[in-house]
Design a protein around this ligand. Sequence first.
Ligand code: FES
Ligand SMILES: [Fe+2]
Length: 368
Amino acid sequence: MTRPLPKVIAASQAASQRLADRHTPFIMDDWYVAALGEEVKDQLLARTLLGQRVVLYRTTHRQVVALEDRCPHRSMPLSAGTLEHDTIVCGYHGFRFNTEGNCIEVPSQATCPANIGIKSYRTHERGPVVWIWMGDPDKADLSKLPPQDWLEDPQWETSQGYLSLQASYVRLHENLLDLTHLSFLHAKSFGTPDYAKAAFETEISEGQFALLRNVVPTTLPPVWGVPTGLTGQGQAARIVRSEFRSVGIHEVSVSFYDCHVPESARKTFRIRTAHMPTPETATSTHYFIVHGRDFAQQDKATTQFMHDQLFVAFQEDVVGLALQEQALEATAPEDLYEFSVAADAPSVAMRRYLLARQQKESQDRSTP
Ligand code: FES
Ligand SMILES: [Fe+2]
């Protein structure tokens, strides 16, 4: 048996203490996706974000409003009330709240007490997604949102979707930063056996972590092979960059081309996927995904084909990460240890960064 020596296990456990995991409190001062824009209509949408209950709706002027989902009178969720002229009327005793969260009417009396309002959160709609700032409102700064120009660029044909993940958002970021798992977790969908063994490079700097892989030559799975026409055995190059861009967004960019055609004559097909995890609770995550391509624009059948194939693959992550979370949950802390390998370097650095960010935030909050 080659079980590690106790001192090796102890060293691994000590190293894990420096990494964010499901026990790490959430980083509040950053942008997260609250919803896909298409989900927010002129009706009340309840959603738990970073452990807090939020109610979302869209005003007659198309603005997205996000308020605390608890009436300050007797704690009825406001999402169980009604939306009237851009205000929420609580479904219990009828207190009315405006878009800023101020209470503006108490039906049982002529005057409304001042300062009994609820928290309102800053939102920002960009392309197909609605971002929210759950932390200190004075620190909400749009420059902290990484640019995602392609999400609004008509050159990029996009589709989007949502998955409910029963695992920590930290493990989803980790999953995305090392696509070695394509050969195994996605063996039946968009992984190929050569993927895990392909050479890779890493980029690690403060708050930015990436892993790059060139899989050449390779055979493309149908999701890419069919729409690009690169269906031959060993015909394609698959050039991949997976990048943690902020706590709320990870981007995967891939180029495909025929590796037997000289560079000057080849056509390159590009795809991008924005993976946007928002913690719901410590062990559940809203997983928003926007996928785009710069070819076969306006081809609805291709969009549907790729979307369907991709969501089969992303569902495999959802299943796998939930199993991982269950195994973590079932293991006593003294028996829990994990070993990292070279391909984990960006995700280990990312988890260190998340923990350091969270610790700094707690410190700043406790220092007046
Ligand atoms: S609980 Fe909302 S008005 Fe009473
Ligand atoms: Fe995956």
